[in-house]
Design a protein around this ligand. Structure first.
Ligand SMILES: Nc1ncnc2c1ncn2[C@@H]1O[C@H](COP(=O)(O)OP(=O)(O)OP(=O)(O)O)[C@@H](O)[C@H]1O
Length: 297
C-alpha cells in the first residue's frame, strides 16, 4: 500500500435497488488511527455504504477499496474486523467455540484472554450464543470483530441494547484501538457516541453526503445557539422576538434557542438590567444533525 492510501475508500459510488437510490455518488475515506462516524436518518444509506466497502454489495458505478485493493482480495479481508447489524451467528455454538472459529480465520489473532477482555465477555464463554441477551450478543460480536487484530474495523450500530456501563466501556476500548492505529468506520444513531469518539463525521441523507468534517466543524455549520440566563422577563414576549426560535422557563432560569445570538443577547441586556448568569452555547452535534438532515430533506 502506497503511503497516504486510505485504509478504506469509496469513490463516486452509486447504488440503486429498483426505484430506490441507496447511494448517490458517495465519496468516503478513512485512514489509519482515525475514527469516521457515518451518521444519517433511517434509510440514508449507511449500511449500504459499509456493505459496499466490504464487497458485499457491488456498486452500479464507482469503486470501493480496502488498503488500496479490491474488497474481495483475501489479503485485505484478513486485515479487517466487522460488526454488522445482523450477525447471523449460529445460536447453538458456545461463545468459546465461536471465538475459536473466527480466530482461526486470521494469520495473527489476539489471544483468547485479550478478546474476552476487549469484548467484556468474561463469564459468557461457556454459554450458547442463542441464549444470550441482546446486549451480551453484541459484546460477543465485538469480541469476534477484534479477535483478528484488524487494522480496519467496521462497527454498524455497535452499542444498540448496551447498558450505560457496557457502552462506556466499549467506547474506551474503541478509543484504545484507534490510539493503536486501527481505522474505524462507525455508524450510530446515538449522536453522543459520535461526539465522544469521532475524529471525523460524515452525514448521509438520501444516499448523499450532505456534511463532512470534524465534530466541531459540523457543529459550526449550524448558526443555532442556546442562550441561558436568570431573568424575570416575560417568556411570551421573548418568544415574539423575530430571532427567537423557542424559549422556555424553568423557575428563575430562561433558555432561548436562536440563530442570532448577538441580537438576542443585546435585547435581553437592554430589557433587563438585573439579568445574570448569561451563557451562550453552540448547537450540539444532535441539534446540528437535525438541522442538516432537515435542510437535505
Ligand atoms: N437489499 C435491498 N433491497 C432493496 N432495498 C434496499 C436493500 N438494502 C437497502 N435498501 C434500501 O436502500 C436504502 C438505504 O438503506 P440502508 O440500509 O443503507 O440505510 P441505513 O442508513 O443503514 O438505515 P438504518 O439507519 O435504518 O440502518 C433504504 O431505502 C433501503 O430500504
Amino acid at each position: 500500500m502506497k503511503p497516504g492510501t486510505p485504509t478504506a475508500e469509496l469513490e463516486g459510488v452509486h447504488k440503486r435497488y429498483g426505484k430506490v437510490t441507496a447511494l448517490d455518488g458517495v465519496d468516503l475515506a478513512v485512514s489509519s488511527g482515525e475514527l469516521l462516524a457515518l451518521l444519517g436518518p433511517n434509510g440514508a444509506g449507511k449500511s449500504t455504504a459499509i456493505a459496499t466497502c466490504l464487497g458485499l454489495v457491488e456498486p452500479d458505478q464507482g469503486a470501493a477499496r480496502l488498503f488500496g485493493e479490491s474488497p474481495h482480495a483475501l489479503s485485505a479481508r484478513r486485515r479487517i474486523g466487522v460488526m454488522l447489524q445482523s450477525a447471523g451467528l449460529p445460536d447453538t455454538l458456545k461463545v468459546r467455540e465461536l471465538l475459536a472459529q473466527v480466530r482461526s480465520y486470521y494469520p495473527a489473532p489476539r489471544d483468547t484472554d485479550e478478546c474476552v477482555r476487549l469484548g467484556g465477555v468474561d463469564g459468557l464463554m461457556d454459554r450458547r450464543y442463542g441464549q444470550l441477551s441482546g446486549g451480551q450478543q453484541r459484546r460477543v460480536q465485538f469480541a469476534l470483530a477484534v479477535c483478528g487484530r484488524p487494522q480496519l474495523l467496521f462497527l454498524d450500530e455497535p452499542t444498540v441494547g448496551f447498558d450505560i456501563e457496557a457502552r462506556t466501556s466499549l467506547w474506551q476500548t474503541i478509543r484504545t484501538l484507534v490510539g493503536e492505529g486501527c481505522a474505524v468506520v462507525l455508524t450510530t444513531h446515538y449522536l453522543e457516541e459520535a461526539e465522544a469518539l469521532a475524529d471525523r463525521v460524515a452525514v448521509l441523507a438520501r444516499g448523499r453526503i450532505v456534511a463532512a468534517g470534524s465534530v466541531s466543524q459540523i457543529r459550526a455549520r449550524v448558526a443555532q445557539r442556546r442562550i441561558r440566563c436568570i431573568s424575570a422577563l416575560d417568556t411570551a414576549a421573548i418568544g415574539a422576538w423575530p430571532e427567537v426560535r423557542s424559549v422556555c422557563r424553568d423557575g428563575e432560569r430562561i433558555e432561548i434557542v436562536t440563530d442570532a445570538a448577538e441580537v438576542v443577547v443585546r435585547q435581553l441586556l437592554f430589557e433587563d438590567s438585573e439579568l445574570c448568569e448569561l451563557e451562550v452555547q453552540r448547537a450540539g452535534l444532535a441539534e446540528a444533525f437535525v438541522e442538516i438532515t432537515r435542510e437535505a430533506a
